[in-house]
Design a protein around this ligand. Structure first.
Ligand code: NAI
Ligand code: 15L
Length: 265
């Protein structure tokens, strides 16, 4: 890859991708609201508010691909979701269309399907059941990507990321964990496959208790190498069993599904 834009580069996943993708692209253009000063060779930085279309257009111009991680990453006010995720994702796709960028890795989230029960095994065609306004905004992003594919041929990976952290932190994450290395491998597959189309991928490592079936994305050639199994003993000893009737245990989205609509609910 020549010139790849990484939005949300100052965030948790952005930092992890800078480390794991080092040397992969000729130039990685980092962008965020928050300034990044510790640039490595091959990296450049441009501050940009995703809610500002002119700024996003300037940012996207001349890029060959986009890894779109920026925006509101948990439940928040409608205003923050509107700016970061609804306007932000629209601006990325519209700027891509105007500047002929034809492939995007869209960081969707498991919270787009968070109201499915943990008894249900999901695949790419399972209905969206968002568990939060945040999850709704990721559903909007997925539909937007589909529209830009059907009408303009812009290809996307709609990656419903589970929990991408150095290690799983609780029992739920034994099912949802995605290692940073597996995520980086997925990015590479997304940008190297011949034809991507508009493809839903569940972003989880090779976890024994997974709720997600990625067979419809097998053609990407992505084979997660890590597994939450190695953390099972540690997690089970630290995370006390919740009451079996606790509603957060019923749903794949966990506490996102049971939290109040707004912070003060
Ligand atoms: P994060 O909150 O650490 O990083 C998001 C970054 O986006 C921040 O650096 C923030 O400054 C930037 N940002 C927010 N609003 C912006 C705006 N209006 N303009 C420009 N930049 C803005 O989130 P994290 O964990 O790194 O997640 C990255 C992406 O992956 C997010 O889209 C999130 O929804 C998605 N995701 C992450 C998961 C995870 O396990 N980390 C799980 C599922 C989805
Ligand atoms: C997400 O979508 C969030 O961005 C992240 O902070 C985690 O909470 C993750 O989902 C999760 O479900 O564990």
């Amino acid at each position: 890859m020549k010139r790849v834009l990484l939005t949300g580069a100052a965030g948790t996943l952005g930092k992890a991708m800078r480390r794991t993708l080092a040397g992969w692209a000729e130039e990685l253009v980092l962008s965020d609201l928050v300034e990044i000063t510790d640039l490595n060779p091959g990296e450049s930085f441009k501050a940009c508010d995703l809610a500002d279309f002119d700024a996003v257009k300037t940012l996207v111009k001349g890029c060959d691909g986009i890894i779109h991680l920026g925006g509101q990453s948990i439940e928040g006010t409608f205003e923050s979701i509107l700016n970061g995720n609804l306007k932000g994702t629209y601006h990325i796709y519209e700027a891509a269309r105007q500047h002929q960028v034809t492939r995007i890795f869209f960081a969707s989230s498991n919270h787009v399907v968070g109201f499915h029960s943990r008894e249900t095994r999901l695949d790419a065609d399972s209905p969206m059941r968002p568990d939060s306004l945040y999850g709704v905004s990721k559903g909007f992003g997925e539909l937007l990507a589909r529209y830009y594919f059907e009408k303009f041929g812009i290809e996307s990976a709609l990656v419903r990321i589970g929990s991408c952290l150095p290690k799983p932190l609780d029992r739920r994450m034994l099912s949802t964990w995605l290692s940073e290395e597996d995520m980086a491998d997925l990015v590479k597959c997304v940008f190297s496959v011949n034809r991507l189309a508009c493809t839903v991928v569940y972003g989880a490592s090779n976890n024994p208790w997974s709720w997600w079936d990625n067979r419809k994305a097998n053609f990407l050639g992505w084979q997660p190498k890590d597994s939450s199994a190695q953390f099972e003993t540690e997690v089970l000893s630290q995370d006390p069993l919740m009451d079996r009737d606790h509603p957060a245990l019923l749903f794949q989205g966990g506490f996102f599904a049971t939290a109040g609509h707004f912070e003060d609910d």
